[in-house]
Design a protein around this ligand. Structure first.
Ligand SMILES: *[C@@H]1O[C@H](CO)[C@@H](O)[C@H](O)[C@H]1NC(C)=O
Ligand SMILES: *[C@@H]1O[C@H](CO)[C@@H](O)[C@H](O)[C@H]1NC(C)=O
Ligand SMILES: *[C@@H]1O[C@H](CO)[C@@H](O)[C@H](O)[C@H]1NC(C)=O
Ligand SMILES: *[C@@H]1O[C@H](CO)[C@@H](O)[C@H](O)[C@H]1NC(C)=O
Length: 466
């Protein structure tokens, strides 16, 4: 219970302040917003302290208007495939833990992406044994190299330490049951590094589908490979975009053979940071132009703002940093408009504050809430269908740490879910017509974002005062 006391405080804070949230009707929302919490204020030379010391900050939330509408699972989650590979993580992520299940269930409905760099080293074996001595790549070694979970390797990485690892059927069973129990929809990233005659070999994928279909495992979404635009840099080989399109077609044909999976979505090509890498933009353009629009349900992209090794607290509060995502979305929109007959929807399938496993003491702190909430708002504005947060577990940007204790950012997300429920209940009670309730539900995302901003602001101010 101790674990949840900060959460309870925050919920109580919101409940206590609900009347204030309602008083928007006789206040000019925009004026209040601008004068007190606009992040743009941070661009001037004043520090946080000068801005906010000894000042009371009120945030007014209009629950009867919505700016953008999203799906209930808009804020989704990633778990790196390393959770099946790194012995420390395999051991720590105990699917049977009641505590873990409670925290996971608090975030549903959501999608969970199992993927990333490690996905391309995963082999499925229905009868495999669960052997936690399979990798000599320890977490410590990875942390020292700052490469964990980031697709763009540092030059000093010993690439040979990425070893093929077996995912045994028994572990798959436990994991899929866990997802089912907590209300998580799986997005599974297949290993693209199987080759036959110059194209992807789906034998291993077929093994997993056959095994899963026989057990009634739900897999609503599939992917193939991870950040193909970085293969040359990371692994010294390339998969040309037209070849990748053919590989996706092979995956599409494969799932069509299974009545359980033929309606599942396929999401690719996992290009990363269009804002920063011209080569990534070129890869996406070539992929779509070669027929990519016809083989994916939505275009999937990755985005990181910062390098975990160098990021500072100032970066985490800098609107210029926040706007790099805006640049990525502008590119993504122009490219998908220009290269598909019907513009493809976009989802961010792996995104966080800083690559290289996150920035120590920042990515897992309350301060990371600003980048996260700005990302949710901006993505909603651009019509992004889902935003997958790297990660639920594993790395410094994790919501849950290696001892299965929640990091501060988890509270922001859980509070967001609670606020949605509270807002809907309040709307139903106060408004006689159910129509208003529906409108309020649509407003929920904006409310969530604003409400969670309050959490961050309050926490930051509290810290400033101490
Ligand atoms: C799967 O779960 C069962 C029951 O909780 C446990 O005994 C077993 O060790 C787990 N196996 C794996 C591979 O995680
Ligand atoms: C790892 O698996 C890939 C296929 O995914 C295969 O091509 C490669 O040879 C394997 N490497 C080792 C060292 O077994
Ligand atoms: C990359 O691959 C090429 C040929 O495929 C080889 O000649 C070269 O030595 C490799 N570079 C590194 C750094 O391994
Ligand atoms: C996107 O296209 C618009 C309209 O052509 C153009 O003004 C804008 O600069 C483009 N943005 C990017 C990032 O390419």
């Amino acid at each position: 219970m101790a674990t949840f006391s900060p959460l309870l405080c925050i919920i109580i804070f919101f409940l206590a302040h609900l009347p204030e949230f309602h008083s928007t009707s006789n206040t000019d929302f925009n004026d209040v917003y601008k004068s007190d919490i606009s992040l743009k204020n941070l661009q001037d030379s004043r520090t946080w302290e000068e801005n906010f010391k000894n000042r009371q900050v009120y945030v007014y939330i209009d629950i009867f208007r919505s700016l953008f509408t999203t799906s209930p699972s808009f804020a989704s989650l990633c778990i790196s495939a390393s959770v099946f590979q790194l012995p420390d993580r395999v051991k720590a992520f105990d699917f049977s833990s009641k505590k873990l299940r409670k925290m996971a269930a608090a975030l549903s409905p959501t999608n969970i992406r199992f993927g990333g760099t490690y996905a391309d080293f995963l082999h499925f074996d229905p009868n495999g044994v669960d052997d936690s001595s399979f990798s000599d790549m320890t977490l410590e070694k990875l942390e020292a190299l700052h490469v964990m979970d980031s697709g763009y390797f540092a030059d000093d990485l010993d690439r040979k330490s990425f070893k093929n690892v077996t995912l045994p059927g028994s572990r798959w069973d436990n994991m899929t049951r866990f997802c089912d129990d907590v209300g998580w929809d799986i997005m599974w990233d297949f290993n693209l590094f199987f080759w036959k005659d110059g194209l992807w070999d789906p034998t291993d994928a077929n093994r997993l589908l056959k095994y899963s279909a026989a057990r009634g495992v739900r897999i609503p979404s599939f992917q193939l490979g991870n950040e193909p635009n970085s293969f040359k840099h990371n692994f010294n080989f390339s998969i040309e975009p037209p070849v990748l399109v053919k590989d996706f077609q092979i995956l599409k044909d494969l799932i069509a053979e299974y009545p359980q999976y033929d309606a599942s979505g396929i999401y690719g090509p996992e290009c990363t940071n269009l804002d920063r890498h011209g080569s990534s933009r070129q890869y996406l353009i070539k992929f779509l132009a070669a027929g990519g629009c016809d083989v994916v349900t939505e275009v999937s992209l990755h985005h990181y703002y910062l390098d975990g090794r160098t990021a500072t607290v100032k970066d985490f509060l800098d609107p210029k940093v926040m706007d790099t995502l805006k640049l990525q979305m502008d590119y993504a929109y122009n490219i998908t408009w220009g290269n598909c007959k019907l513009r493809k929807p976009i989802r961010l399938t792996e995104t966080s504050t800083a690559y290289g496993g996150g920035a120590d003491g920042l990515s897992n702190g309350y301060v990371a809430g600003f980048l996260w909430l700005d990302k949710l708002g901006l993505s909603a504005k651009y019509g992004v269908t889902h935003v997958f947060r790297q990660t639920f577990f594993g790395g410094r940007y994790a919501l849950v740490d290696m001892n299965l204790n929640p990091n501060p950012v988890l509270h922001i997300l859980v509070v967001a879910v609670v606020i949605v429920v509270v807002v809907i209940v309040v709307a139903v009670v106060t408004a006689a017509a159910t129509v208003v309730a529906v409108i309020a539900a649509a407003a929920a995302v904006v409310v969530v974002i604003a409400a969670a901003v309050v959490v961050v602001v309050v926490v930051v101010i509290t810290q400033q005062r101490q």
